[in-house]
Design a protein around this ligand. Structure first.
Ligand SMILES: O=c1ccn([C@@H]2O[C@H](COP(=O)(O)O)[C@@H](O)[C@H]2O)c(=O)[nH]1
Length: 283
């Protein structure tokens, strides 16, 4: 990268060091829009996003908008997401776009350009990607991310129980999840300094991290950043995170969406929920 901007792993490590490991999830579920007294339309999305952003700014280092809830409102919904991401990044927050993109060849490159090229309207710092068309199908996204100093989070041991049927399936070389994790780890050069994180990481649920050992997933390999959804609303606790991730705990960024959003619609109440959650996750 020629811009002088640090790579994603370095930006994330700095954000965690400064603000802790909480990532605020921005998931404008229809039921939350209703509960907040907002319209289930683009005006509701915009207001929802702006209140969560206000609560998050200066208190956490990372946000994770759930793309699906913006996409359901079509191009206008995505335009709201683009504005939100741009504002968050201007304010120094890292944005992980949770779009779970996965395809082959130039189509995969198209997705990566849409979410990771700096000039793209929807540019984020990192993108969640699905390796279930084969890890190699992610190559174009890995190249785009590398070119722009962006990050990727590869779905490995997702937080939902249905994921196990695929991710824990055994091949002659180990479980599917262990192979994905090893291939993702190999994308990160050996860390030069203590505490560094790679640019290519995994999604490992706070609810499923405890399965990593029996699944043969080496969470410490490649100093991968680990995005852990499943905390709070899906039932995982801070203790589950500590025991589940064990030595890899320092690499973890913990998403909480509904656990925080349930405190809305008041920005003051959202802010208090962000603070409380961050304290719960403090090392
Ligand atoms: O394995 C995964 C991958 C992604 N997610 C997403 O994270 C949030 C979780 O929301 P909560 O309200 O905190 O449960 C949501 O956007 C999911 O799509 C996940 O849960 N598990």
């Amino acid at each position: 990268m020629s811009t002088g901007v640090p790579r994603f792993g370095a930006r994330l490590a700095e954000a965690i060091a400064r603000h802790g490991r909480l990532c605020v999830g921005i998931d404008p579920h229809p039921h939350l829009l209703q509960a907040w007294g907002l319209n289930d339309d683009v005006s509701g999305l915009r207001e929802f996003g702006s209140r969560v952003l206000e609560a998050a700014m200066g208190r956490v280092g990372v946000i994770k908008p759930q793309v699906a809830f913006f996409e359901r409102r079509g191009p206008a919904g995505l335009a709201v997401l683009a504005e939100l991401q741009q504002e968050a990044r201007r304010e120094g927050l890292l944005v992980i776009a949770d779009a779970k993109r996965g395809d082959i060849g130039s189509t995969m490159a198209g997705y990566a350009d849409a979410w990771l090229a700096p000039e793209a309207e929807l540019a984020a710092d990192a993108l969640t990607v699905s390796p279930y068309l084969g890890f190699g199908s992610l190559r174009p996204a890995l190249e785009v991310a590398r070119r722009h100093g962006a990050g990727l989070f590869v779905l490995a041991l997702t937080s939902n129980p249905e994921g196990r049927e695929v991710q824990l399936a055994r091949t002659e070389d180990g479980t599917v999840a262990s192979r994905i994790a090893a291939q993702a780890a190999a994308e990160n050069p050996a860390p030069q300094i203590d505490g560094a994180l790679g640019d290519v990481g995994l999604v490992v649920g706070a609810t499923t991290a405890g399965l990593a050992e029996e699944a043969g997933v080496d969470l410490t390999a490649g100093a991968m950043p680990l995005l852990a959804p499943g905390f709070g609303a899906q039932g995982a606790t801070a203790e589950d995170l500590r025991t589940g991730f064990a030595e890899a705990h320092r690499q973890v960024v913990v998403n909480s969406s509904r656990g925080i959003l349930a405190a809305g619609p008041d920005v003051a109440a959202l802010t208090a929920a962000v603070r409380r959650t961050a304290e719960e996750l403090a090392d």
